[in-house]
Design a protein around this ligand. Structure first.
Ligand code: GLU
Length: 304
């Protein structure tokens, strides 16, 4: 058996033997219906090797992992001008917090908290007639030209319970930082968050970040400088106010979502994506962080 698969199996079995901790997100009611013991790992190397365990091929709600891809799409169309709309500092506050916006003139701290992601989605709405289509097609292309769909149940569930995100969007608008209607921006945002993808799909979609912005087929998605900058933001802001702990334990750029997924980039080597719905208080998958920590150690020990 391939050594990569041996390592992934070992990490999976070790974590399955540990008690299941954390709490499945329920502020979007449709997310609460997912079985807490689902667990998948996908490790995709640049040389084409793929190792998987558990539910690696089962689609789950990508939620905030979509913020990574909408940021890249916005960078493609706006370039450096995008940074006039969103900052690059960790927030130290919850993913859906409004506190800093009031203090900082409505400029979101970074593209991975909800305020920043809404500012990025607004930038996409300004450039595409069908912004949600642009995002899903871009993601499908990155994942290997696969067909992706929106999950209507998750979308509606977040739409109905989305007042906090609407409040953030109105706040941006009040500060002159949102030129499009709040309804259009939040709808596109809820749609991008609702997309179901598997660990394998996401690991493939993120590979260009491990290669300086180029897909394995040689398609330059963003430049090497931008790819490095996106990875830096993942390293400093990718897991909300749990990013410091994640970077300390794992050391790879990562992006989490409240669906329980975490996508991590192993610079120059590949990507890893893990999924387990129960979350820490800060909204990151407990088992997902643990799995990536064990994989990073295996890499350090020369086992990968
Ligand atoms: N759609 C979720 C929200 O806006 C995404 C949050 C997340 O995954 O962290 O609340």
């Amino acid at each position: 058996m391939d050594e990569l698969q041996v390592v992934v199996d070992r990490v999976y079995n070790r974590i399955m033997a540990e008690p299941l901790e954390g709490k499945v997100a329920d502020y979007i009611p449709a997310l609460a219906c997912v079985a807490p013991d689902r667990f998948g790992i996908a490790l995709q190397m640049l040389d084409g090797r793929l190792a998987t365990a558990g539910d690696a091929f089962s689609p789950f709600s990508i939620q905030s992992i979509s913020k990574l891809f909408s940021l890249v799409l916005a960078l493609q169309t706006w370039g450096d001008e995008l940074w006039e709309r969103v900052g690059r500092e960790p927030s130290g506050t919850a993913f859906n917090s409004l506190v800093l916006l009031e203090q900082e003139n409505g400029l979101p701290r970074n593209p991975f908290i909800n305020a920043g992601a809404l500012a990025v989605t607004n930038a996409i709405v300004s450039r595409f007639a069908l912004p949600d289509r642009a995002i899903i097609d871009f993601l499908g292309h990155l994942a290997g030209d696969i067909k992706l769909v929106f999950d209507d149940t998750v979308f509606r569930s977040e739409y109905v319970h989305g007042d906090r995100n609407r409040a953030i969007a109105y706040f941006l608008k009040a500060h002159g930082r949102m030129e499009n209607p709040v309804e259009a921006v939040t709808t596109a945002y809820f749609k991008q968050c609702s997309i179901p993808m598997s660990c394998v799909d996401l690991a493939r979609a993120g590979l260009f970040l491990a290669t300086g912005g180029k897909t394995l087929k040689g398609n330059q998605i963003i430049g090497p400088v931008e790819a490095r900058q996106v990875c830096s933001l993942m390293l400093t802001c990718g897991l909300y106010d749990g990013t410091g702990d994640f970077s300390f334990r794992v050391g790879w750029p990562g992006k989490s979502g409240v669906g329980g997924g975490i996508l991590a980039v192993i610079p120059g080597r590949g990507t890893a994506c893990v999924w387990s719905p129960p979350l820490t208080e800060k909204g990151n998958s407990v088992r997902g962080m643990r799995a990536l920590e064990l994989l990073a150690r295996a890499l350090e020990n020369g086992e990968l």
